[in-house]
Design a protein around this ligand. Structure first.
Ligand SMILES: [Zn+2]
Length: 162
């Protein structure tokens, strides 16, 4: 048979609560938050023991990444619209007449241009892929991450490996 195997883990403890302000067109959303749910899907060849990846370990790795975002302000460091200044104690964000100041410990600075669910999924997938590769993931062929902002509203990113 010509088929593919994949495993998925999602929601339950794979979630994070975070604040953000996305930009769209020429505007900046008001500061607000979501209870984000995370979906992870790993496609690959079976190991000699017939696994793609151990569920427990996959959940543990993904939860560690989600925990980095939990109870943080998600800051799009590469925004072309925000004026972002980092100093010794934290971050200042300026947009037109708006000024926000966040202490360092409250911020998850992310190398993305906007805190859309799509970009968060891409960031999460890159982190997860690196973590799997550090654990010798030679059998992984494709990785998909979904970031759900609210039930029924999610952004997805899929990366193919080799
Ligand atoms: Zn939002």
């Amino acid at each position: 048979m010509d088929g593919t195997f994949r495993v998925s883990v999602e929601r339950n403890r794979l979630r994070f609560a975070a604040a953000h302000m996305a930009t769209f067109a020429d505007d900046l959303e008001p500061l607000h938050g979501h209870n984000y749910d995370v979906f992870v899907d790993v496609e690959g060849e079976l190991t000699a023991e017939s696994w793609v990846w151990d569920f427990g370990e996959l959940k543990r790795i993904a939860k560690e990444i989600a925990d980095e975002l939990d109870h943080k302000f998600l800051l799009q460091l590469r925004s072309p619209h925000l004026d972002i200044v980092e100093d010794g104690s934290g971050w200042e964000i300026r947009y037109r007449d708006r000024r926000y100041r966040f202490p360092r410990a409250d911020v998850a600075p992310l190398p993305i241009d906007n805190t859309t669910a799509e970009r968060l999924a891409e960031w999460f997938a890159a982190r997860l892929l690196r973590a799997l590769e550090e654990r010798g993931a030679s059998n992984v062929r494709r990785l998909t991450v979904g970031i759900e902002e609210m039930p029924g509203q999610a952004g997805w990113y899929t990366v193919s490996v080799r």
